[in-house]
Structures are given as C-alpha cells and as structure tokens.
Design a protein around this ligand. Structure first.
Ligand SMILES: NC(=O)c1ccc[n+]([C@@H]2O[C@H](COP(=O)([O-])OP(=O)(O)OC[C@H]3O[C@@H](n4cnc5c(N)ncnc54)[C@H](OP(=O)(O)O)[C@@H]3O)[C@@H](O)[C@H]2O)c1
Length: 254
C-alpha cells in the first residue's frame, strides 16, 4: 500500500463521517476530510500532519475534480473512500420541490457515481482500495414523507453491484451500509426534536440494541476499509440494532 495514499471521508464535519475521520486520523492514517463547513474540518485536522481539510459542496459537478486535485497535491493517491455526506429533507410527495430533490440526488448518488468513475481510472492507483457508501433503511421501509431521500438512497444501492463489478479489474472494492436510526445531528434536526417524548420512546423501542451511534458505524466502516473484509465486494450490509427483526419487516430486503 502506498505510504502517501489517503482515505477520502466525506461528511467529515459532523455525525458518522466525523467519527470515521477522527478515528482514522488518530490512528495515523492519511485522511482528506471533506464537507462544506471548513471551520469544523480544520478543527478536526488541526495538529495532525496526516490530515487535510477540504471545504467543498458535493452537489456541484466540479466536486470530484476538486477532490482529485486535493488528493494529488496532498497525498498522491486514494486507498479508501467513505461517502458519509448527506442530508434528509422529509416532505410529502406533493411538496417535494425540484431543487431539493436535485440536491439530494447530487449529494447522495451522483457524487459517488462520479467519484467511483474517477477512481476506476485514477492515476497512482493503489491495489486493495476500499470504498464504503452509506445507504439507509429508508429506501426499504416505505416511510411516508420520505420518497425523495429514499429514492436517492435507492440509487446508491442500485449502483453498488455494477460499480463494484467495474472496479474489480483494479482490485478496488465497493460496499455499502444500509443504516437504521443513528443518533446524529441529522437525525436530531430532521425528526427527533420534532416528535413527542412518547413518540421518540416508541421509535426507540423498535431498536432492541438501541439507536446507532456514530462510533458504532465507524467500527463497521473500519471492517470494510481494512484487510478483514478483503474478500467482500458489492455487498450492502444492514446495520440497524435488530430493528427489522423485531418490526417483522425483514422481508422488505428481499
Ligand atoms: N443518522 C441516521 O439516522 C442515518 C440513517 C441512515 C443513513 N444515514 C446516512 O448517513 C450519512 C451521514 O449522516 P449523519 O447522520 O452523520 O448526518 P450529519 O451529522 O448531518 O452529517 C452529514 C454530513 O454531510 C455533509 N454534507 C451535507 N450536504 C453536503 C454537501 N452538499 N456537500 C458536502 N458535504 C455535505 C455535512 O457537512 P456540511 O454541512 O459541513 O457540508 C455533514 O458533515 C448520510 O448519508 C445519511 O443519509 C444516516
């Protein structure tokens, strides 16, 4: 593995992406931390010569080129890609506006599609590169008011096997996680703060192992980035604290 290769972590300014990036950086691995809020990224990277912050809006079509240039300048190559950037925008079907839907698709799906496209032909290629894309149970459960977000995550799962097949020729692995509720700023802002304590307790009761935490997801990402998963590609792992099992909805995955 190249000594100057890095892991690109998107969404590194908050929640799951921040937990993933913080852990890799603390272990001494090279990290390019990407999100829009540069101040938060700089605080994350401060004092770590193995980490670089890149403020970048992934809904813009130039994002992949910007990241590719930063990788080349700061490290030379990519050996890992963890796409955690994202946002939710719950709205009933009749109120989904075009601009929000385009941004959802751009950040969740079009960006990783383009990034994997770049990786599939990137110079200074590193054998054994591993990519992890974040999906959500939202694209399986059919929750009302979540069609735009669910379809963006559906696109992530839809591209997974075809992209993993293409990347095999270079020894690049691509896997995904379909997550249940994880206690992050996104979940808090989008719905946790807006429901009654009773509703929150009822939702929590549907998670026998508790809601997820960013650190727990970082553990799973670690597995997919590292050699212990070197024989796995093109797979989407559900991580949901037993939620589908007790809700009787395990069948939604088939
Ligand atoms: N939390 C859950 O319950 C849950 C469940 C299933 C799946 N997920 C998925 O897990 C991933 C991480 O979510 P989280 O819960 O950790 O949310 P979070 O705490 O809100 O973090 C989201 C990250 O995405 C970045 N981001 C958003 N829009 C961006 C843009 N246009 N360009 C660049 N970066 C952008 C944000 O940074 P800036 O604001 O600084 O740009 C932030 O770092 C998302 O894909 C989400 O859909 C979460």
């Amino acid at each position: 593995m190249s000594a100057t290769a890095c892991t690109v972590v998107t969404g590194a300014s908050s929640g799951i992406g921040e937990a993933v990036a913080r852990r890799l950086i603390a272990r001494g691995e090279n990290v390019l931390a990407v999100a829009r809020r540069g101040d938060r990224l700089r605080a994350l990277c401060q004092g770590h010569s193995n980490a670089r912050a890149l403020a970048c809006d992934l809904s813009e079509s130039a994002a992949v080129q910007t990241i590719a240039a930063a990788v080349t300048d700061a490290f030379g190559a990519v050996r890992g890609f963890v796409h955690c950037a994202g946002f939710a925008a719950p709205a009933p079907l009749s109120l989904v506006d075009d601009a929000t839907a385009h941004r959802l698709y751009a950040v969740h799906a079009l960006f990783p599609l383009r990034f994997l496209g770049w990786l599939a032909k990137a110079p200074n290629h590193v054998a054994g590169t591993s990519c992890v894309l974040l999906s959500s149970l939202a694209c399986h459960e059919g929750e009302r008011g979540n069609a735009a977000y669910a379809s963006a995550k559906g696109a992530v799962e839809g591209m997974l096997k075809a992209a993993a097949s293409e990347c095999l020729a270079r020894g690049v692995r691509v896997n995904a996680l379909a997550l249940g509720v994880v206690d992050t700023p996104m979940a808090r802002e989008t719905w946790m703060k807006r429901v009654t304590p009773e509703e929150l307790a009822a939702r929590r009761a549907g998670y026998p192992l508790g809601f997820g935490e960013p650190e727990k997801v970082a553990d799973i990402v670690d597995f997919f980035l590292g050699p212990a998963s070197s024989w796995i590609t093109g797979q989407c792992l559900v991580a949901d604290g037993g939620h589908l099992l007790v809700s009787g909805r395990q069948g939604v995955l088939s």
